[in-house]
Write a protein that binds this ligand. Structure first.
Ligand code: F6R
Length: 608
């Protein structure tokens, strides 16, 4: 969703801000803008549409200066217009602000300001903030920001500059992330670490309620009551190169191909082959506490919840712990039954998903052990949970999640193994799982080598308007994930179903214009799935099978077959999902979709 970048230093700030905005594009946006302090004035340029449009437009202005802020906006309050784009300015034009989040009481503040004679040119809650701070300003920028925030209900990650204070950016956070990048004689501030990677790996993550005052040589952080807060500098291991497409046409296909490598990063040093167990150190639970866990709840949204569904199989089979998967937006409103023997994992690539965060807070309130399985280092979920694990997928910049999904599954399997070995599994079973896990990168590569063949098949499916994805057992969440990928990037309606459910209703829709993608892997449900596939076939639907290598009979059953290497059943999501990712990608490319930034979607969903 919306993105923020700010710079204060000795460099010309415009190129830094433009590059920063480009690196925020992956979050999804519909307009953008920049404000720079130039000759004791705020110079502001905004535009609707792509950053390229803004980059062209800025050429007509004198935007030299060494302090500035910029924003990518994803419309919430008010339509996609230049007037609504950030930065917004105070009435005298001397103060500029960029804001992520939602000010809930903006209407009442706006009424109050209007009565005092303030006029508004946008429909946004952010302009209300600009005027509110402006109305409270009498020479001290920090205290006017702090005073304004005392009046505000809602969420914000914001940066403010003022023409009378060319040596300062004021930043504040409540529910919407902000990161300060620490350079030499320069500082950056952004809504996530990605735009800062070309400049620094040293980051400071603001916490809710904090205000930071950033100058060229230092920064200071205060609590809500203006007490000084000491902050820790975290060094991020993501490299600048990882945040580039590296010759691939899109981030998504690059990230699909990253999977064998980042999978190795996820499991490296985290298992003990001799003992047949995993060694994930961040859980912060004693063995006795781990043995006391009677129930696991995996909370997540979208793709992360499908990774959770795959993890449920692992927890139940390996650790024998009853495990539920809950979509975060439902969990917190259904008064979940939780106690001190419940372990809740929040699974999230971004670590900022508002629904997941709120659900985890609810679980914590009710006394569960709450842990995170997160990709983005220093993200809110990573910091608010009492332990957990980073999945080490590296920056995932395509909106559609791919490599984070496989790494989430990998970590869930390792956790299930670790719990299993403390409870009931023999070392031999643990070793068998680990050995199979170590073969996964090779098997992933075998699937990736089939890209051309998958592309050829995919292109013949591009003109359908509907599709079913079917699977059973561990392959059911894979079907859901395949279907989600197709929907979100190709904009083709599709649904994921359990193979056995077809005859209870959905089969009514099948016809030659309604193809089916079925995962018919050689596992314990193979015969059952095969019968479901025969039922589909009998209805004349076109059929694409994901089948296990060596299953020659699949060819006579289906119009198209993609063979995947045989894998231990619990590990199949790590291999069988890849052809479906490529399938969706190739269809989306063939249809000319904006693969990395599909319409209406944002990478980091920070609103409920
Ligand atoms: C789908 C996708 C989304 C996310 C979901 C959760 O490709 O990316 O469904 O999985 O919004 O996001 P995170 O994992 O950041 O919590």
């Amino acid at each position: 969703m919306c993105g923020i970048i700010g710079y204060i230093g000795k460099k010309d700030t415009l190129p830094v801000l433009i590059q920063g905005l480009r690196r925020l594009e992956y979050r999804g946006y519909d307009s953008a803008g920049i404000a720079i302090i130039n000759d004791q004035k705020i110079q502001r340029v905004r535009s609707v549409g792509k950053i390229d449009t803004l980059a062209e437009k800025v050429k007509d202005f004198d935007l030299s200066g060494t302090v500035g802020i910029a924003h990518t906006r994803w419309a919430t309050h008010g339509g996609v217009t230049e007037e609504n784009a950030h930065p917004h300015v105070s009435l005298d034009g001397k103060l500029a602000i960029c804001h992520n989040g939602i000010i809930e009481n903006y209407r009442e503040l706006k009424d109050e300001l209007e009565k005092k004679g303030f006029t508004f040119v946008s429909e946004t809650d952010t302009e209300v903030l600009a005027h509110l701070i402006g109305s409270l300003y009498s020479g001290n920028l920090v205290s006017s920001v702090e005073a304004a925030l005392m009046r505000v209900r809602g969420t914000y990650g914001l940066v403010v500059v003022h023409a009378d204070h060319p040596d300062m950016i004021v930043a504040a956070r409540m529910g919407s992330p902000l990161v300060i990048g620490v350079g030499k004689g320069e500082y950056f501030v952004a809504s996530d670490a990605t735009p800062l990677l070309p400049y620094t790996s040293d980051m400071v993550f603001l916490d809710d309620g904090e205000v930071a005052v950033i100058s060229r040589d230092s920064f200071e952080t205060f609590s809500k009551t203006h007490t000084h807060v000491e902050k820790e500098v975290t060094t991020i291991e993501w490299s600048e190169a990882e945040a580039q497409t590296q010759g691939y046409p899109h981030f998504m296909i690059k990230e699909i191909f990253d999977q064998p490598t980042v999978f190795e990063d996820a499991i490296r040093g985290r298992y003990d082959l001799e003992e047949g167990t995993a060694r994930l150190s961040g859980l912060n639970m004693t063995d006795t506490q781990m043995r006391s866990v009677k129930r696991v709840i995996l909370i997540a949204c979208g793709t992360a919840s499908y990774a959770g569904m795959a993890g449920k199989y692992a927890f139940e089979r390996l650790a024998g712990i009853p495990t539920e998967v809950d979509v975060a937006s439902e969990f917190r409103y259904r008064d979940p039954i939780i106690d001190s023997e419940t372990l809740v994992f929040g699974i999230s690539q971004s670590g900022e998903t508002a629904d997941t965060l709120a659900a985890l807070r609810e679980a914590k309130r009710k006394g569960a052990f709450v842990r995170g399985i997160v990709n983005v280092v220093g993200s809110t979920i990573a910091r608010e949970t009492d332990g957990g694990t980073y999945i080490h997928a590296g920056p995932e910049l395509a909106v559609a999640s791919t490599k984070a999904y496989t790494n989430m599954v990998a970590i869930l399997i390792l956790y299930a193994l670790q719990f299993g070995r403390l409870k009931r599994l023999t070392p031999a079973t643990g070793q068998r799982v680990l050995k199979a896990l170590l073969e996964v990168p090779h098997k992933m590569n075998r699937v990736l080598e089939m890209r051309e063949k998958i592309k050829e098949i995919a292109r013949t499916y591009k003109d359908y308007h509907n599709m079913y994805f079917l699977g059973r057992g561990i392959n059911y969440p894979i079907a859901l994930e395949g279907s989600l990928k197709l929907k979100e990037i190709a904009y083709i309606h599709s649904e994921g179903y359990q193979g056995g459910e077809m005859k209870h209703g959905p089969i009514a829709l099948l016809s030659k214009d309604f193809p089916v993608v079925a995962i018919m892997a050689k596992d314990q449900l193979y015969e059952k799935m095969r019968s479901n596939v025969e039922e589909v076939r009998a209805r004349g639907a076109r059929l694409l099978l994901i089948a296990t290598e060596g299953d020659e009979s699949a060819k006579s059953l289906a119009d198209d077959v993609i063979y995947v290497p045989e894998t231990m059943e619990l590990l199949q999501p790590l291999v069988n999902t890849l052809p479906l990712q490529i399938f969706a990608y190739e269809i989306a490319v063939a249809l000319g979709r904006d693969v990395d930034r599909p319409r209406n979607l944002a990478k980091s969903v920070t609103v409920e």
